[in-house]
Design a protein around this ligand. Structure first.
Ligand SMILES: Cc1cc2nc3c(=O)[nH]c(=O)nc-3n(C[C@H](O)[C@H](O)[C@H](O)COP(=O)(O)OP(=O)(O)OC[C@H]3O[C@@H](n4cnc5c(N)ncnc54)[C@H](O)[C@@H]3O)c2cc1C
Length: 253
């Protein structure tokens, strides 16, 4: 009789993968369930979003990562319901029983209840999000190349909301491609008119890091030509006009 315990891990992010790797194969049979078939390396999403690396560079198939773990079964499915009283979960490919259930499905972008902002802005939580941003930015430059007047003015504003690590990295990476790459691809666009703005609600960028890191990020970003709006909240965005707690800007994000 098999005395091994059955562990279901839902989510193959950093947490799920580490656990699947470390559970003793003599004690546990593991099923790793994820709605996609690969691990996504989130820290480099910004490089995909800014066309600096290909999505394949940050995508690692679960079946490859865990190929030496004979006690791990991989299933691509989405968790839809947990029935704790029956030690059972429902997924898009059927139900599974477990002895232990670990839910490691990460988190979502918080729009603080503002549906309008959520509808009109881009998030950066998956590789697909990063590809969407990349495609949108590239399409926007094509649009700029053929637009004129007010339309062009709006297209020339890139706004990033949130001055944490991701926002700072994104702003820096966009400034890099604005300064070094895009002018070569679009020689007829005047990039001195292309504005990159980083909006942050608190007093500093990298607010949860050391004051040295906060100062350095501010100095570097400003040197690279990024406009920093700190102590400023985004209160609304309809896809065209961005409303800030202390001013209104016309923006194309
Ligand atoms: C842009 C960005 C940059 C970051 N940079 C850094 C950094 O430089 N350093 C650092 O330490 N941290 C960084 N982080 C944070 C770090 O990536 C997260 O803390 C970490 O990924 C959380 O791991 P997790 O396993 O909890 O969830 P995740 O890695 O988010 O994994 C969740 C998994 O669950 C799956 N899933 C979700 N819902 C379901 C469902 N219903 N059914 C089945 N599967 C589901 C998803 O497909 C995903 O594979 C960054 C995060 C982001 C978004």
């Amino acid at each position: 009789m098999d005395s091994k315990q059955k562990v279901i891990i839902v989510g193959g992010g950093f947490a799920g993968i580490q656990l699947a790797r470390r559970l003793d194969k003599h004690l546990f049979d593991v099923m790793l369930i994820d709605k996609i078939n690969h691990h996504q390396f989130q820290p480099l999403f910004y490089q995909v979003a800014t066309s600096q690396i290909e999505p394949s560079s940050i995508s690692f198939p679960f079946r490859h990562i865990l190929k030496n773990k004979s006690n791990v079964l991989i299933r691509m499915a989405e968790l839809t319901q947990v029935h704790p009283e029956q030690n059972r979960i429902s997924t898009t490919i059927g139900d599974f029983k477990y002895d232990y259930l670990v839910i490691a499905i990460g988190c979502k972008t918080n729009f603080f209840g503002n549906q309008k902002i959520s509808r009109h802005s881009f998030t950066l939580k998956t590789t697909y999000d990063a590809i969407k941003i990349r495609n949108h930015i590239l399409q926007t430059f094509e649009n700029i190349a053929s637009a004129n007047g007010m339309d062009k003015e709006g297209l020339l504003n890139l706004v990033i909301v949130g001055g944490g690590a991701t926002g700072v990295e994104m702003a820096g990476a966009f400034a890099e491609i604005k300064n070094n790459i895009l002018p070569k691809d679009y020689p007829r666009i005047d990039f001195s008119k292309f504005n990159i703005t980083l909006v942050e609600g608190t007093k500093d960028t990298l607010n949860n890091m050391s004051s040295k890191a906060q100062k350095a990020s501010r100095t570097y970003l400003q040197k690279m030509g990024v406009e920093l709006l700190t102590e400023t909240f985004v209160t609304d965005y309809d896809g065209n006009t961005l409303v800030l707690s202390n001013e209104i800007g016309r923006a194309h994000v």
